[in-house]
Design a protein around this ligand. Structure first.
Ligand code: ATP
Length: 231
């Protein structure tokens, strides 16, 4: 199973947000997408997820476009987040996971496992709006992973988190990769990509500025750390 992007383009009116991205992410790989504001990361993710039609080119998971019949195979943490503030954590996740074809007893087992892991066991029956932003982000992450997706797309998963919560989420992401999940995440920060990924793409104005294996890139640029500004 691979994620394949072929010459992917997206135009919004006269503005081209994504300009010919080619990418191949193998099963079980953790792939980083770097870029500053407006680089085209979210637009690329939305095309992968079938939420946005490419102007040209294609995005395929395991040889086929992702559509509504396959969304349960995918986990998505959107940058704009999207929880229902008035629902309890439990009702929120039961609702979302039923859409992902999970049965309620399985949802409860996974929900408690993750709440314990994130050290927020006592929040099961709290309304989402009562939680701190960091804890809401953990719930949003759970909404992306509870159904054990094959492919996990995380849009800026670590933004706005303090170092403790950020590390907690990074460990969770690494464990999911060890279990075989294919993961693509975006970030503004090279540090996050260096910590987690072997391979990366760096976007600027919708184009790949740099792409490939991190060690190879460092070697060819003679760097200890990649310090290339995307702007
Ligand atoms: P950020 O880090 O700020 O989220 P990004 O890399 O995710 O940035 P995108 O959100 O993909 O960038 O935006 C890429 C470009 O496409 C931007 O110039 C943005 O204004 C434009 N764009 C995105 N969505 C739309 C839309 N629905 N209609 C018009 N323009 C859009």
């Amino acid at each position: 199973m691979t994620l394949e992007l072929e010459n992917l383009h997206k135009k919004f009116g006269e503005h081209t947000a994504v300009k010919g991205i080619n990418l191949s992410v193998k099963e079980g790989q953790m792939f980083g997408m770097l870029g500053s504001n407006g680089a085209g990361k979210t637009t690329t993710f939305r095309m992968i997820l079938g939420l946005l039609d490419p102007t040209s080119g294609s995005a395929a998971w395991n040889g086929a476009r992702i559509d509504y019949s396959r969304t349960h195979l995918i986990g998505y943490l959107p940058e704009e987040r999207g929880l229902y503030p008035k629902l309890t954590v439990k009702d929120q996740l039961i609702y979302l996971m039923k859409l992902n074809k999970m049965k309620k007893p399985d949802i409860i087992v996974e929900l408690r496992k993750w709440l314990e892991r994130f050290q927020i066991e006592s929040y099961e029956n709290k309304k989402v709006e009562e939680l701190s932003k960091g804890n809401q982000q953990k719930i949003q992450f759970m909404a992306a992973v509870l159904h054990k997706p094959e492919l996990l797309i995380l849009d800026e998963p670590f933004s706005g988190l303090d170092p403790v919560n950020s590390d907690m989420l990074k460990k969770a992401v690494l464990d999911l990769q060890k279990q075989g999940t294919t993961i693509v995440f975006s970030s503004h920060q090279m540090r996050n990509v260096e910590e987690l990924c072997d391979d990366l793409i760096m976007l600027k104005h919708g184009e790949a500025l740099l792409q490939g294996n991190l060690k190879d890139i460092k070697r060819s640029y003679g760097m200890k750390s990649v310090k290339i500004k995307a702007d």
